[in-house]
Write a protein that binds this ligand. Sequence first.
Ligand code: C2E
Ligand code: CA
Ligand code: CA
Ligand code: CA
Length: 279
Amino acid sequence: AKSSGKNRVVVYAEGMERAAQTKAELITDLDSAVAEGQFAVHYQPTVELSEGVTTGYEALLRWQHPTRGLVPPLEFIPLAEESGAIVEIGRWVLTEATRQAAQWSRQAGRPIDVAVNLSPRQLLDDDVAAAVRAALDASGLPAGQLTLEVTEGVLIDDVEAVVDTLRALRLLGVRIAIDDFGTGYSSLSYLRRLPADVVKIDRSFVQDLGTGGRSTTLVASIIELARSLHLEVVAEGVETEEQHAVLGRLACSHAQGYLFGRPQPAAVQQPAAAVPVPQ
Ligand code: C2E
Ligand code: CA
Ligand code: CA
Ligand code: CA
């Protein structure tokens, strides 16, 4: 028993070593991935529920690694945060997403909004407002059509600095969304502290809508709270007609999810069509 325990430790240590090596390799590869053109932005529609039209898209980053294939964002974004590569990558996403939204807006003859995720490290980079302004200038996208999504993770470091940066970004005219709302330990306190325009209700709440649990009451309360604070609400992760119907009854203004559309390359999305959502 003793020796098998020892072997387990050895196997575990080898596994750890491999993981550490993979991580180190990915961090090195991330450094050149922008220059090598390995990133793509996929776009997922945001739907205005009362009219059933797509008003905009969330930009979601994809990394096509030359040997490992598609690496999911939840795997590489924390590494890019750690190494600092996220600053350059984030700028690329901003440039790409604003350019795409401006092009779609011209083609559709109506404003097509875009939302870009910002990680904590990007917000602490003192040039983020300049990077956002540069992307808006280069694309010609009106600032009001760009939303920047942040999570409560931005509050673990220098809260004052983060709030100052978000204020500066809002002065440019862009909107700030609190992403994954309701999952943090202190959602109400960051609602109080962060200057925000939009709350995105986390998928975990939306998933349980209509199943008879407490989620419907919680989502109703979040929507009510947002309304009284004059914030827009986006329900994330809507997958079923039933969830859609409940959100409609709760007068939720906007939603996203596989029911309306999966994240897809820009070439696959057709914002001009303004297809009504299934009722
Ligand atoms: P997020 O910002 O909360 O994005 C929503 C995630 O839920 C996306 O995963 C999306 O594909 C997925 N999703 C959307 N609708 C549904 C649905 O109906 N059902 C289910 N099961 N999932 C749905 P994805 O694309 O893998 O992105 C994961 C996370 O990676 C994002 O979570 C975001 O935190 C981060 N991320 C993605 N792109 C960027 C980026 O450009 N910059 C930064 N800093 N983070 C990013
Ligand atoms: Ca998001
Ligand atoms: Ca989210
Ligand atoms: Ca999330």
